[in-house]
Design a protein around this ligand. Structure first.
Ligand code: NAI
Length: 334
């Protein structure tokens, strides 16, 4: 069985090949790697493959799924947790098996959220450059002691809980908002309504999935409810945040700091070297002009441990599909 792996970076090849070798020869599958992202133009690359293996910015809308199905594809293996880029109803109608990696080192993403907060709060990114130039002035590097501050976690699932535990360990007061609050979160923080969380938190960190309900959860109205000068952190999905509203809030000084690992229009930018190109995304370029904005290119998941888990679980999902077994990680429309 051939599997077309789209958006394959060298690290994807390394960890998938390692997991494949560990799971043993004789699994009867061959991984075929493509640098290209999956869309309607690249779907024909999967012609004759039984499965595609995709990532966050591959596009699996109805026309792409229909093209894949016509080419013989019967399974979609997501090597990520979120599946907002897949038209699951259409996949189900076509009889395609769709599986994801629901949990892999939630601490990897939580620790990256912490890294963003610590960097932005203490300006270590600026201090690094300053010191290398022989400038040892502290002006402009003033931070806040995080101990005793209030952190609001929106979405207290696996990653939100791991993030909450980290901040609790640092002596922060932790608030959470989730329509399905977990018992585990009750040990770490208080569950409150979203409005209360926004009004009380010095740092708001987003960890809920992107759904029609959560699209632009952070907009002009919710930003106006945030504490003046608060920090917003998004390591979940870009479209949780209305970028233009955030730019307005930064310009008016209402929003104090912004740290994002995901961006609404990231598919045109992230995971590519555009250092020699003209970037014509005006909103992204505007964000880059703010000294109190920190952006990383969707690297929250990017640890050795997480990539090993992603690869092993993805190939496990493939084995379930190939054997016709029930798969705990299958994504269904209902
Ligand atoms: P999870 O499913 O364990 O937790 C998500 C939580 O959000 C659930 O408890 C759910 O009830 C809650 N939720 C749903 N709607 C909500 C709403 N309207 N308001 C508040 N909470 C709501 O998922 P997990 O593993 O914690 O992942 C969270 C998200 O992180 C994923 O959906 C994905 O988009 C993102 N992610 C980002 C990565 C990165 O590299 N930056 C890597 C992995 C995941």
């Amino acid at each position: 069985m051939q599997i077309a792996v789209f958006s394959a970076r060298p690290y994807d090849r390394r960890f998938l090949d390692e997991a494949s070798a560990q799971q043993g020869a004789g699994q009867g599958h061959e991984l075929v790697y493509f640098d290209a992202a999956l869309d309607l133009h690249t779907a024909p690359l999967a012609q004759g493959c039984a499965a595609v293996c995709v990532f966050v910015n591959d596009r699996l809308d109805a026309p792409v799924l229909q093209a894949l199905h016509a080419g013989g594809v019967r399974a979609v293996l997501l090597r990520c947790a979120g599946f907002n880029n897949v038209d699951v109803a259409e996949a189900q109608r076509l009889g395609l098996f769709v599986a994801r990696v629901p949990a892999y080192s939630p601490e990897a993403v939580a620790e990256h959220a912490l890294a963003l907060v610590m960097t932005l709060n203490r300006h270590t990114h600026r201090a690094y450059n300053r010191v290398r130039e022989g400038n040892f002035m502290l002006d402009g590097l003033l931070g806040r002691t995080l101990h005793g501050r209030t952190v609001g976690i929106v979405g207290t699932g696996k990653i939100g809980l791991a993030t909450a535990r980290i901040f609790r360990g640092m002596g922060c007061t932790v608030l959470g908002h989730d329509p399905y609050p977990s018992a585990a979160f009750a040990d770490v923080g208080d569950s409150v309504a979203l409005d209360e969380l926004l009004a009380r938190a010095d740092i708001v960190s987003l960890h809920c999935p992107l759904t029609p309900d959560t699209h632009h959860l952070i907009n002009d109205a919710s930003l106006a409810r945030m504490k003046p000068g608060a920090m917003l952190v998004n390591t979940s999905r870009g479209a949780l945040v209305d970028t233009h509203a955030v730019i307005r809030a930064l310009k008016s000084r209402r929003l104090g700091q912004l740290a994002i690992d995901v961006y609404e229009q990231e598919s045109a930018l992230f995971f590519q070297d555009l250092s020699g190109e003209i970037i014509d995304d005006e909103a992204f370029q505007r964000l880059m002009t703010f000294p109190n904005v920190l952006v990383t290119g969707h690297q929250g998941f990017f640890t050795v441990e997480a990539l090993q888990e992603i690869s092993a679980i993805t190939l496990g999902n493939l084995a379930d599909f190939a054997a016709g077994r029930d798969c705990a990680n299958q994504v269904r429309a209902d």
